[in-house]
Design a protein around this ligand. Structure first.
Ligand SMILES: *Cc1c(COP(=O)(O)O)cnc(C)c1O
Length: 611
C-alpha cells in the first residue's frame, strides 16, 4: 500500500495574476479552503502518512502549512523560476525511498480516485480522464494495451488523443529512479523539463499503464477561467451536495443483499426531464451503459452487454431459456440461487441436470467433472453461481471455467452478488456469459438485469428457436444494436441512476470497492465474535459480501423482533435460508462503510443485552 505522496508546488502560477502575488497558486481558495490543503486532507483520509512537498515560489506558505499537518515535509527548489517540475521532483531524492502518489498542487479532484490508484495492484499508473474542454489539456497517447506512448499539450504532436492527464500518478521507486537518471542527462540542455516528459521517457523503457476514468470530476486551476469552471461545475460535483443539501433524503443502512444503500448522487440522478426512450440521446445513454458494463469484466471488442428491464432473475431466465439449443445444461447448485436456475430450466423444459453440492463447503470439481463425463446426452453448458448469496460462500469459478475449457462447454456465471466488487476477467477465465443487475455492488437502483456475453456466442443464438418472447436474448441484443432501443419500455429513470452509479464505480474502482467492502466484513466478523455469534460458513470460504449468521440461542430471541428493533434505528437486516440451522444474513455491500457496520454491531449488542 502506498503511504507516501508528493505534491509539486514550486511553480509561479503567474497566469492567476494578483491572486498569486503573495501566495503560491495552491493557496487559491475554493469553498473557503485552499485547494492544496483540501488535497492534503484528502490524501491523509485515503491513508497517506507522509506528504513531501516540492516548494519554490512563496514557499513560506507551505512551511506554515507544514506546521499544521505533521505528515508534511517541504523541500525547496530555489531555482524554481528557471527550472521545470522535474527539477523539483528530482530534488526530493533523499526523501523518497518507496512508491508514491505524485500530484500537482493546483488540482481540485474527486478524492475517490486516490483510493482507486492505491488499491490498483500495478505499481505505476498515470491517471487520465475523458474530455474536459478546459482549454489547457495535456493529452495522453497510449497504445492498444493502454501503456503511455506520449504526452503533450499540442494535439497535433500525438497520433491519438486517448485521455487527458489529470496530474495525479502513482510512481514506483524504480520508475522514479529511472526518471531521475534520465533527467540528469536531459536537464543539462533543457532545465525547464517537466515531469510528464520524464514519465514518457521512462515509458519507453518499461510499460507504464494509463488508467482512464472517463467522467472523473477534476480540474486544474491555472487561470481565472479555470477558477470559474471549478467553482461553478467541478466543486459542486465533488461535494455532490448542491441540491441535496436542500432536499436531503433520509439515509437508511441496508444490510440486506441488495437493493443496496445508494449515494445521494445516484438517488438524484433519477430526477431528470421526462424523455421518450426512443430518442437518440437516450439510445446513446444505453449504448454507453452497455459498453461500460462490459468493460468492468471483459474487452469490448469481443464482448457485449445486453440490458433488460427487470430484476436480476429476468436476466438469468433469459440466459437459461436462450442459450441451450440441442444440448444439455448442467446446473451446479449449492444454495437457493442455483436452485432457482434449476426451477427456471424446469418451467421452460430446458434439458438439464442438477448437481447439488453442500451449501457451506467448497464445490467439488471432481464431482462436476464426473457429472459432465457421465451424462448420457452431451453437456454443452454449465451454470454456476459465483457468490452464492444464500450462504455467502464464494464458488471457485476459475476452477469450473478450466474444467469447461477442457470439455469444450460454455460456462454461465450468475455473478449477481459479486459483479462490481469481486474482480472478474471473462476473457482470461474463459467465461461465456456473466449475469448481473443494477442494484447490488454497482450501487444503482433496482430494475435492470443484464447479460455480458461473447459476441460470437450471441450471434450464434439467432438460429435457436426462442422459448420466451420477452426474454429472448438474441432478439434483445440484435434490436439494441440495430435501433439503440430496448424492445420494450425500459425503466428510464433507473437507467439514469445506473449511469451515475457506473461513474461512481469507475472513480472508486472495483479493487478499492472490494477493499472497502472487505473492511466492513472484517468489522462484522470481529464484532460477531464479541457478541458470541457464529458464522455458518468457515471464514476462508467467505465472499466477504454477505455473511450467514447462526441465530442467538436464547429463549426470548425472535428474528422479527430483532429485525424491527434494528429497523426502527435505520438498519435493515435479512432472514436466512439455509438448511435446518436457524440463521440470518448481513450483507456489507452498497454505499456504506465500516462505521455503519460498527453502528449495527452497537445496536445488536443493545438488543442482545435486552434479551
Ligand atoms: C440477487 C440475486 C439474484 C437476482 O435476484 P433478483 O431479486 O431477481 O434481483 C440472482 N442470483 C443471485 C446469486 C443473487 O444474489
Amino acid at each position: 500500500m502506498v503511504k507516501t505522496a508528493v505534491i509539486l508546488a514550486a511553480g509561479l502560477g503567474s497566469r492567476l495574476k494578483e491572486r498569486t502575488v503573495d501566495k503560491p497558486k495552491g493557496f487559491v481558495e475554493i469553498g473557503g479552503v485552499p485547494i492544496v490543503e483540501r488535497s492534503v486532507r484528502q490524501l491523509i483520509e485515503s491513508g497517506v502518512e507522509r506528504i513531501v512537498i516540492g516548494t519554490g515560489y512563496r514557499h513560506e506558505a507551505y512551511d506554515d502549512l507544514a506546521k499544521r499537518y505533521k505528515e508534511l515535509v517541504c523541500v525547496l527548489n530555489d531555482r524554481y523560476a528557471d527550472s521545470g517540475s522535474m527539477e523539483t521532483l528530482y530534488r526530493l531524492k533523499h526523501e523518497l525511498k518507496e512508491d508514491f502518489l505524485l500530484l500537482e498542487s493546483d488540482l481540485l479532484y474527486d478524492p475517490a480516485c486516490l483510493g482507486n490508484l492505491i488499491a490498483d495492484p500495478r505499481p505505476d499508473i498515470i491517471l487520465g480522464s475523458g474530455k474536459t474542454d478546459s482549454g489547457d489539456e495535456v493529452y495522453i497517447e497510449s497504445n492498444n494495451k493502454g501503456f503511455v506512448q506520449n504526452m503533450s499539450k499540442k494535439a497535433q504532436e500525438l497520433h491519438s488523443l486517448d485521455a487527458e492527464l489529470v496530474g495525479i500518478c502513482k510512481i514506483s521507486l524504480d520508475t522514479y529512479q529511472m526518471m531521475c537518471s534520465l533527467a540528469e542527462a536531459e536537464m543539462k540542455n533543457t532545465p525547464k523539463w517537466d515531469y510528464e516528459y520524464a514519465i514518457v521517457a521512462a515509458g519507453k523503457r518499461k510499460a507504464i499503464p494509463v488508467k482512464k476514468i472517463e467522467r472523473l470530476a477534476w480540474c486544474e486551476i491555472d487561470t481565472e477561467e479555470h477558477l470559474r469552471r471549478a467553482e461553478e461545475h467541478i466543486y459542486p460535483r465533488i461535494e455532490g451536495k448542491q441540491i441535496t443539501a436542500k432536499l436531503s433524503v433520509e439515509r437508511n443502512i441496508l444490510l440486506n443483499p441488495g437493493p443496496a444503500t445508494t449515494t445521494d448522487s445516484v438517488k438524484w440522478a433519477q430526477v431528470v426531464p421526462d424523455i421518450c426512450p426512443r430518442e437518440r440521446s437516450f439510445g446513446k445513454l444505453m449504448e454507453w451503459i452497455s459498453e461500460q458494463l462490459t468493460l468492468f469484466v471483459a474487452p469490448k471488442d469481443r464482448y457485449e452487454t445486453v440490458l433488460f428491464g427487470g430484476s436480476g432473475t429476468a436476466a438469468v431466465e433469459s440466459v437459461i431459456t436462450s442459450v441451450v439449443g440441442e444440448g444439455k445444461l448442467l446446473i451446479i447448485s449449492n444454495g437457493a440461487y442455483g436452485e432457482r436456475m434449476a426451477e427456471i430450466a424446469n418451467v421452460y423444459e430446458v434439458d438439464h441436470e442438477v448437481l447439488t453440492s453442500p451449501p457451506i463447503s467448497p464445490l467439488s470439481i471432481e464431482s462436476i467433472e464426473d457429472a459432465i463425463r457421465s451424462s448420457k446426452s452431451k453437456i454443452t453448458h454449465v451454470a454456476v453461481v459465483h457468490n452464492e448469496t444464500t450462504s455467502g460462500i464464494l464458488n471457485d469459478i476459475q476452477a469450473v471455467a478450466e474444467l469447461c475449457e477442457t470439455y469444450k462447454v460454455d460456462l454461465i456465471v450468475d455473478a449477481m452478488s459479486s459483479y462490481g466488487a469481486i474482480p472478474i476477467d471473462m476473457q482470461a477465465s474463459g467465461i461465456s456469459y456473466v449475469i448481473a443487475s443494477s442494484n447490488k455492488n454497482l450501487q444503482g437502483m433496482a430494475g435492470i438485469g443484464f447479460v455480458i456475453a461473447e459476441r460470437e456466442k450471441l450471434l450464434a443464438l439467432q438460429n435457436h428457436k426462442p422459448r420466451s418472447y420477452y426474454l429472448d436474448l438474441y432478439k434483445q441484443y440484435e434490436y439494441l444494436k440495430r435501433t439503440h432501443q430496448l424492445r420494450f419500455t425500459p425503466p428510464v429513470q433507473t437507467l439514469y441512476a445506473l449511469e451515475q452509479a457506473i461513474i461512481e464505480t469507475q472513480i472508486e474502482g472495483i479493487e478499492q470497492r472490494y477493499r472497502r467492502y472487505s473492511e466492513s466484513w472484517q468489522t462484522l466478523i470481529d464484532g460477531l465474535k464479541e457478541l458470541n455469534l457464529e458464522c455458518l460458513v468457515p471464514l476462508e470460504y467467505h465472499s466477504k459480501i454477505i455473511t450467514a449468521i447462526k441465530e442467538p440461542e436464547h429463549e426470548n430471541y425472535d428474528f422479527e423482533e430483532m429485525h424491527d428493533f434494528l429497523y426502527e434505528r435505520g438498519i435493515t437486516i435479512y432472514p436466512g435460508k439455509i438448511g435446518k440451522t436457524a440463521s440470518f444474513r448481513i450483507a456489507n455491500i452498497g454505499a456504506i462503510t465500516k462505521k455503519d457496520m460498527e453502528r449495527f454491531l452497537g445496536i445488536m449488542k443493545e438488543y442482545l443485552d435486552r434479551l
